[in-house]
Design a protein around this ligand. Sequence first.
Ligand SMILES: [Ca+2]
Ligand SMILES: [Ca+2]
Ligand SMILES: [Ca+2]
Ligand SMILES: [Ca+2]
Length: 378
Amino acid sequence: MDSQVPHTLSSIMNQFTSLALAGVAVLGLAVSASADSLDRAGSLLLYPLFDNNRGGLYTITVTNTNNDTTPSAQSQQLLNGTIDVEFVYINGDNCLEFNRTRRLTPNDTITVTTLLDNPNQATGYAYVFAKSPITGQAVNFDYLIGDSFQVAPFISGGLDIPPIVFRASSTFVPGAATDIDNDGVRDLNGSEYEKVSDKLIVPRFFADSQGVSEPGIILIGLTGQAFTTIINFLIYNDNEEVFSAQYSFDCWDRILLRNINGAFTNTFLQSTNHNPNEFVLFAGLGVPALVGGPIILPPVVPQLEYGWYRMDGAVAFSTAASVSDPAFLAVNVERLITWNFDAKKAEGFVAAAASLPYGVGEQANGDLIQHGPFPDNN
Ligand SMILES: [Ca+2]
Ligand SMILES: [Ca+2]
Ligand SMILES: [Ca+2]
Ligand SMILES: [Ca+2]
């Protein structure tokens, strides 16, 4: 079941992203606090993105860190550390799902190419949860770790996004069935799996500037398949000035920050009461008027503003119901375009990096996945 993934460049990105995992891990693990804020293995992994569109490769990895090779007392065909994992892909366009179950023996790992694993969905997100190989029920099995990785022609160095990890409730003994209300939904309510953060915070965005910087975000709604979620944003410049914005999306969206609000753009931030001595400067960056053309363009180096932002759910609604302070997840994605001014042409290279936000507080109304027009009530 082993697969090879290019990892030289992704490991660099991993160091970057693991720093930002801190908030998510700390929040979910208030009971079992550990020495540092690195994430821990869990029973449910949510991968915020798969992308079969862009002429590259998108992979999702799940590794079973349980090393118990004792034969199972319940089935002679199984080892104690063997687990089934169900992959649930959610189509970002229409929110429909596609499922596959795989078996991982102790210390086994699987990396799937999403284009081959799920060729009928273009983009969206996926989650993977542990199931008993005997009963098929979702179970407490806090041994799963994972990663996802994208290489594509428009990304220099690839894009690594770690999954958001949910442990099973600490009330369960190992192997216990987690779907205690038997609704077929993975409840992120503290009783089945860990809760999600109440508010999400992104520590930095580089301002949007055409041809140089295109910051974006991936948003995942956790109220239900039929719900639209509205998120409130508070956007800070580099001088404590704050601006508000709102954005609505369905089950999943990947969007450039400039399309959420103009406060994310360099032009706007330069017009605010920002600190004029604080900006970032990329050596060799320029804003060519003609991309790929025959004219050599002098590098014009912009002073790029930056800021940070907070997010909280405002309301989610379907045709039949509404939910205040809805649960959601997000990933910060930065894209920077570096320009190579060689002999004959200006050539752009896109570098991308992703990081999970920090979390504050917790809330119990996230669900994977509630179907129909009404929210889950527990
Ligand atoms: Ca449930
Ligand atoms: Ca629920
Ligand atoms: Ca909230
Ligand atoms: Ca500034």
